[in-house]
Design a protein around this ligand. Structure first.
Ligand SMILES: [Zn+2]
Length: 301
């Protein structure tokens, strides 16, 4: 429900007055600035059904090929949305209602979003209509916006953030993995990824012992499957990155000792924590994927 509200909210900022129904136009220049739809099956068909435009369907399919498989086996809702900013709008500071059309020789900037359950992946792309070429401009957030540091010393990541992940045990079930799993030995110290206030801590069936911290940038971080909390830590405490908050464990549904670390943006969506960690900055702007993940230390939800 939350994501629907947000998508509707975003729609209200569309610079033109077309309804989304007018998306079914053959020419790109007639598109409204924001197009959104439900994903049923694969992304290509879902975008094509909504827009009747193969160019957009191909663009989104290619952009999210490493993030999304299909809704087959998925128990939560999946939606796509994308906003197009035409070249003539890029340098425009006025708020007139005039609709700007693409210059066919220049690039259109496309901000594309996929939401699966509560998990969000955003991409910024450029699309050249003349050559029909597309490229990933940058991952969102941009490198300079990374304000977090790794909350644990870990040899490796046992499972990445994924919109659609095959269940580690029940292989036919697909679900989002709303965080990243840092493989680490039991009792390894866990620190806040950024200074902040403990807004929740306790024990839940799946997450096990968990801590939720709110930060000054409006984001929240979660630390799950903890063996124990740091003595004296309470809800309401202000904690700094140098202060230990707990120990790595395997409480809740976990196949091995690891820290499940999650980041929630200011709109309430889970985002890929790796893109916000300073210490992963080297690898995160070159569009390289991390090596194939293993599920040996992960959740069994
Ligand atoms: Zn996890």
């Amino acid at each position: 429900m939350l994501k629907i509200c947000i998508l509707l909210f975003l729609s209200s900022f569309s610079l033109c007055s077309f309804s989304s129904e007018s998306a079914a136009q053959p020419q790109n220049k007639m598109f409204p600035n924001i197009i959104e739809g439900k994903i049923i099956g694969n992304l290509y068909d879902s975008v094509l059904n909504k827009t009747q435009n193969e160019e957009w369907a191909k663009l989104l399919q290619e952009a999210f090929k490493d993030d999304f498989i299909s809704t087959k086996g998925l128990k939560v809702e999946a939606t796509f949305s994308f906003e197009t900013v035409e070249p003539s709008e890029n340098n425009s500071n006025d708020n007139s209602d005039d609709i700007s059309f693409a210059d066919p020789k220049s690039d259109t900037i496309v901000y594309a979003r996929l939401v699966v359950g509560q998990a969000l992946v955003e991409k910024e792309l450029s699309l050249n209509h003349a050559t029909n070429s597309q490229s990933l401009l940058t991952k969102i957030p941009k490198a300079q916006e990374r304000e977090f540091i790794s909350p644990v010393k870990s040899e490796r990541i046992s499972s990445q953030f994924k919109l659609t992940r095959r269940h580690p045990v029940k292989r036919r079930r697909i679900q989002p993995h709303n965080g990243v799993d840092f493989s680490a030995k039991s009792k390894t110290p866990v620190y806040p990824a950024m200074d902040g206030v403990v807004v929740a801590m306790g024990r839940a069936r799946a997450k096990g012992k968990f801590i939720l911290i709110e930060h000054s940038n409006g984001m929240k971080s979660t630390y799950d499957h903890l063996r124990k909390f740091q003595k004296g830590l309470h809800v309401g405490d202000y904690v700094e990155v140098s202060e230990q908050i707990g120990e790595v464990g395997r409480t809740g549904y976990a196949t091995g000792t690891h820290l499940h670390f999650g980041l929630i943006d200011s709109d309430g969506f889970y985002v890929n924590p790796i893109l916000y960690l300073k210490d992963y900055q080297v690898d995160s702007d070159n569009n390289e994927e991390f090596s194939e993940e293993s599920d040996e230390a992960s959740e069994i939800i």
